[in-house]
Design a protein around this ligand. Structure first.
Ligand code: FEO
Length: 405
């Protein structure tokens, strides 16, 4: 086994043995501009345990890092905190290479792993809330965190080192050679953690809230939070900040910020959007104007994470909204940002269905609809642009009202 890739020691007898995916740019529809890591952890207790594995193509990298500190066959246990294939993809090969005494997962994890890899259910042992794995000189406790990110999700806690192995929670898609959050530019950490939450966990906010409460009630001392993606949290300030951010993002309290999303055929709807944005700003809101010819859906949902208003515009084409707007609307619907004031607008030629369809969709998504769609025939003139400005002012007033309400 090559030892070209080395393990990184993160605490006494605890190593990072994951993989860095510098090339990842698409995580089922989420633009991962900075790549990612798939984190696996090795605890060199008397009975060594591997916590999670990596995406299938990175098996050799993980095994190389393991081999730099231990003969892989000496690992006694593998724990699968999360069955999604970025963490379990190479599990069957790892089981074959390591021949562990036991593989552990939650009840739902057992089912998911069996269904993914056509394993006998009995080949995976079930652990759950309150269970502890005796590692000889160390131990590992388990807490189920269903739907953070999948039904099988659980976290593992190493009490002797006060390390929480948190699987997807508190992670980010960020490839780096640095293994700790405090070694990386804080503005990058802030952006990538928010983008990760918005694109992966936002629709699961009620479950995140429940999991945070559950872990808080256990009152576990935390020296380190080690997620399955991106760098590790090891400062008290950092841990408090990310836990606080998760609580805030889950609550989704409205703010004085509007996101204007649009696409145009010949520029009229974008011109409307620009004047609406000016009206929103004049009315007291921070504004992000996102033309879908230039912006990615995953950046739109990131902006919506701390917004109070969503304003969507599309020209009408073939009796419908433009494809790029339909794409982002479907993405927003799935990730379910809440507590938004909303409205639609658009230029049209003869029938003008797009803004009506958008209004219906936004209503169906249970947003606070402030006004009828603003529809302008063909190219907006001065009077039409004044209407756009008034539309922006009206939406800003409603958003401030929602923030204060
Ligand atoms: Fe990183 Fe839900 O997998």
């Amino acid at each position: 086994m090559s030892e070209a890739f080395q393990a990184t020691k993160i605490a006494d007898k605890v190593y990072w043995v994951g993989a860095i995916d510098w090339d990842l740019r698409d995580f089922h529809g989420y633009l991962t501009s900075r790549g990612s890591t798939y984190n696996a952890y090795l605890v060199l207790a008397e009975k060594p345990v591997l916590i999670d594995t990596v995406k299938a193509p990175f098996f050799d990298q993980m095994m190389s890092r393991i081999a730099s500190v231990i003969e892989p066959g000496e690992i006694e246990y593998i724990v699968s905190n999360h069955a999604e294939m970025d963490h379990s993809g190479c599990l069957p090969r790892a089981i074959e290479a390591i021949q562990p005494e036991q593989v552990y997962a939650s009840r739902m994890g057992q089912r998911a792993l069996a269904a993914h890899f056509h394993l006998d259910r009995e080949s995976v042992s079930v652990v759950g809330d309150g269970d502890t794995l005796d590692l000889g000189d160390l131990s590992l406790a388990f807490v189920e965190t269903r739907m953070c990110h999948w039904p099988d999700s659980m976290v593992s806690y190493l009490p002797e080192r006060e390390i929480l192995f948190s699987q997807d929670a508190f992670g980010m898609h960020l490839a780096s050679c640095e293994r700790f959050v405090d070694e990386i530019d804080p503005s990058i950490i802030d952006y990538e953690t928010a983008k990760y939450f918005a694109n992966i966990l936002l629709h699961l906010s009620p479950f995140i809230d429940k999991a945070l409460t559950k872990v808080e009630e256990l009152d576990l001392p935390l020296k380190m939070v080690a997620p399955d993606h991106g760098p590790i949290w090891r400062t008290q300030d950092g841990i408090q900040q990310i836990v606080g951010n998760y609580a805030r993002w889950s609550a989704q309290e409205p703010t004085r910020k509007a996101v204007v999303v649009c696409d145009s055929m010949w520029g009229s709807t974008v011109k409307m959007a620009q004047v609406i944005a000016d009206g929103l700003a004049e009315g007291g809101l921070q504004v992000a104007l996102m033309n879908m010819t230039a912006c990615h859906r995953s950046d739109v949902i990131t902006e919506l994470l701390d917004a109070g208003a969503l304003v969507v515009g599309s020209a009408t084409m073939n009796n419908n909204m433009l494809p790029a707007v339909a794409d982002v609307m479907m993405y927003i619907r799935g990730l379910k940002p809440r507590n938004l004031v909303a409205a639609s607008f658009g230029s049209f030629g003869w029938s003008g269905e797009a803004s009506k369809h958008l209004h219906a969709a936004l209503t169906d998504m249970e947003y606070q609809m402030v006004t009828d769609p603003l529809r302008i025939n063909y190219v907006p003139d001065g009077e039409a642009l004044n209407q756009c400005r008034e539309f922006g002012l009206q939406l800003a007033a409603a958003t401030i009202g929602a923030c204060e309400g």
